[in-house]
Design a protein around this ligand. Structure first.
Ligand SMILES: NC(=O)C1=CN([C@@H]2O[C@H](COP(=O)(O)OP(=O)(O)OC[C@H]3O[C@@H](n4cnc5c(N)ncnc54)[C@H](O)[C@@H]3O)[C@@H](O)[C@H]2O)C=CC1
Ligand SMILES: O=C(O)[C@H]1O[C@H](OP(=O)(O)OP(=O)(O)OC[C@H]2O[C@@H](n3ccc(=O)[nH]c3=O)[C@H](O)[C@@H]2O)[C@H](O)[C@@H](O)[C@@H]1O
Length: 409
C-alpha cells in the first residue's frame, strides 16, 4: 500500500521504517527541514537500536520530504506528530495543524490514522477537519526497543467508527500476529492514557516502598519487588525502584490525563499521587548525597548516565538532568558521562573513568550496561546507586547508598 507518516520523531520513523520493511511505499513528512535533509542523506536524527539498519535497507521505499503534497496518492496516513503537555494540558495543536495541512492533498478514500497520544475527543476533531475516515491507533512502543516493540507489540488497539476502515488498519498490522482489540475511537484514546498512567503508578508505588526500605534495617526493595512480582496478579514488570520515571511520555501523559479528568469534574487521585511521588525523587537523591558528603557547595559530583533510560540518547524529562540542575543550584560542580546522550547543562566528560576520578561523589542515574561491574573504580568515593546496578556486597558501607536499600545493614 502507499502510506504517509506525518511527524518523524521516534514513533513516525519507526512506524515508517517497519511498514517500509513490510514492502509498503512510505513517504515521511515533517516540518523540520534539517531533520528531513539529514534523513534524505541517510542520517537518522535519533539513536534507536536497529533503526539505522532498517532505514538503510528500505531507503528506496521510505522517502522524506517537507512537502505535504507528497501525500496525494497515499491510502493511509499516520499522524505521529508531537503532543507535548503545555501548562499541564495535552497540546493537540500540531495534530490539528497536520490534519488541516494534509486535507487538500488526500484522496477521497484515504484513511487518516491518529497514532500520537491524544486525549479522548481529539481524533474526532481530526475527522471533522479531514472529512475522511479516522482510526485511532495508539502506540505503545518503548524507546530503546522501539523497533522490536513495533514488530512484536503486546497488542494492537484499533478505534474506529467504520468497520471497513478499521479492517484496513487491522490488516496492515496483521504481520505482527498479535492480539487486536477493536474499540470505539474514544476508548482507543483512553486506553493509551490508562496504560501509561498505570505503569507510572507502578513505578511510584515501588519507589515509595523503596523509601520505607531505606529506613528499616536489613531491607532491600529488590527482594520485596521480586517476591510481590511472583504473584501473577501483580507481575514482575515495572517494579524497578530508582530515581523516578522520566522520558518524553510518562511525565507529560500523567499530567495531561489528570488535568483532562479535572476539567471533566473527576479527580484521578492515584495518578496525581504517582506524579507527586515522582516529582520528589530528584530532591531525595540530592538529600542522600548531602547525607554522604555534607554540604555539596564546591564539591564535584559525577553523574553517570543522563539519558532518561539506557539504550537511547533521549534526555527529555531525564531525572539525571533534574538532579544535575538541583546540584548546580546549590553550588556543586557537576560533571557527567553518558555513552550516547549529550547535554549543554553540565560539563560532559568522555569516559566514566575520568568522570569518577575527578569527583567527590558519584550518582548512577541511568542503568547503562557499562556501569555494571565498576565497583572497583568507586573506592573512596561517595556513591548513590540510583538504578541498582552495583553489588552492595562489594561497596564500602559508610560511603555508599542505594535506592531502596537499608541505610543500616
Ligand atoms: N517517544 C515515544 O516513545 C512514544 C511517543 N508516543 C506519542 O507519539 C507522538 C510522537 O512522539 P515522538 O515520536 O516522541 O515525537 P517527537 O517530538 O520526537 O517528534 C515529533 C515530530 O513531529 C514533527 N511535527 C510537529 N508538527 C508537525 C506538523 N504539523 N507537520 C509535520 N510534522 C510535524 C516535529 O518536527 C517532530 O519531528 C506523541 O504524541 C507521543 O506522546 C507514543 C508512544 C511512544
Ligand atoms: O507513551 C510512550 O511514549 C511510551 O512510554 C513508555 O516508554 P518509554 O518512556 O520509552 O520508556 P520506559 O521503559 O517505560 O521508561 C520510562 C521511565 O520509567 C523508568 N522506569 C521504568 C521501569 C521501572 O521499573 N522503573 C523505572 O523507574 C525508566 O527509567 C524511565 O525513566 C511506555 O513504557 C511505553 O509503553 C509507551 O509507549
Amino acid at each position: 500500500m502507499r502510506i504517509g507518516v506525518v511527524g518523524l520523531g521516534v514513533v513516525g520513523l519507526v512506524t515508517g521504517a517497519v511498514l517500509a520493511d513490510q514492502g509498503h511505499e512510505v513517504v515521511g513528512v515533517d516540518i523540520d527541514q534539517n531533520k528531513v535533509k539529514g534523513l534524505q542523506c541517510n542520517r537518522s536524527p535519533i539513536y534507536e537500536p536497529g533503526l539505522d539498519e532498517l532505514l538503510l535497507k528500505n531507503k528506496n521505499r521510505f522517502l522524506f520530504t517537507t512537502d505535504y503534497s507528497a501525500l496525494k496518492d497515499v491510502d493511509i496516513v499516520f499522524i505521529t506528530v508531537a503532543t507535548p503537555t503545555v501548562e499541564g494540558k495535552n497540546y493537540i495543536g500540531y495534530v490539528l495543524d497536520a490534519a488541516k495541512t494534509m486535507k487538500p492533498y488526500l484522496k477521497r478514500d484515504a484513511i487518516v490514522v491518529v497514532k500520537s497520544t491524544v486525549v479522548p475527543g481529539t481524533s474526532r476533531k481530526v475527522k471533522q477537519i479531514v472529512e475522511r475516515e479516522v482510526v485511532a491507533n495508539p502506540e505503545f512502543l518503548k524507546e530503546g526497543s522501539a523497533v522490536i516493540d513495533t514488530i512484536k507489540p503486546d497488542r494492537i488497539v484499533i478505534g474506529s467508527d467504520s468497520k471497513a476502515a478499521g479492517d484496513v488498519i487491522e490488516n496492515l498490522w496483521s504481520f505482527t500476529k498479535t492480539v487486536v482489540l477493536r474499540t470505539s475511537i474514544e476508548e482507543a484514546e483512553m486506553i493509551k492514557y490508562a496504560a501509561n498512567s498505570f505503569l507510572a503508578t507502578k513505578i511510584s508505588f515501588i519507589n515509595e516502598i523503596a523509601n520505607l526500605c531505606e529506613v528499616i534495617p536489613n531491607c532491600d526493595v529488590n527482594t520485596i519487588a521480586k517476591a510481590i512480582g511472583l504473584d501473577k496478579r501483580i507481575a514482575p514488570y515495572f517494579l524497578n525502584a530508582g530515581l523516578g520515571y522520566g522520558g518524553s511520555c510518562f511525565p507529560k501523559d500523567t499530567l495531561a490525563f489528570a488535568s483532562f479528568a479535572r476539567e471533566l469534574g473527576e479527580e484521578l487521585k492515584i495518578v496525581e499521587a504517582a506524579i507527586k511521588v515522582n516529582e520528589e525523587r530528584p530532591r531525595r537523591a540530592v538529600k542522600i548525597m548531602e547525607e554522604l558528603l555534607g554540604e555539596l557547595k564546591g564539591k564535584t559530583i559525577c553523574i553517570l548516565g543522563i539519558a532518561f533510560k539506557p539504550n537511547t540518547d533521549d534526555t527529555r524529562e531525564s531525572v539525571a538532568l533534574k538532579i544535575a540542575k538541583l546540584l548546580v543550584d546549590i553550588g556543586a560542580n557537576v560533571i557527567a558521562y553518558d555513552p550516547k546522550a549529550k547535554t549543554s547543562l553540565v560539563e560532559m566528560v568522555s569516559s566514566k573513568e575520568e568522570c569518577v576520578k575527578r569527583s567527590d561523589g558519584v550518582i548512577i542515574a541511568t542503568e547503562w550496561d557499562e556501569f555494571r561491574g565498576i565497583e572497583h573504580m568507586l573506592k573512596d568515593k561517595a556513591v548513590l546507586d540510583g538504578r541498582r546496578v552495583l553489588d552492595p556486597n562489594k561497596m564500602s558501607r559508610s560511603k555508599y547508598r542505594a535506592i531502596g536499600l537499608s541505610k543500616v545493614r
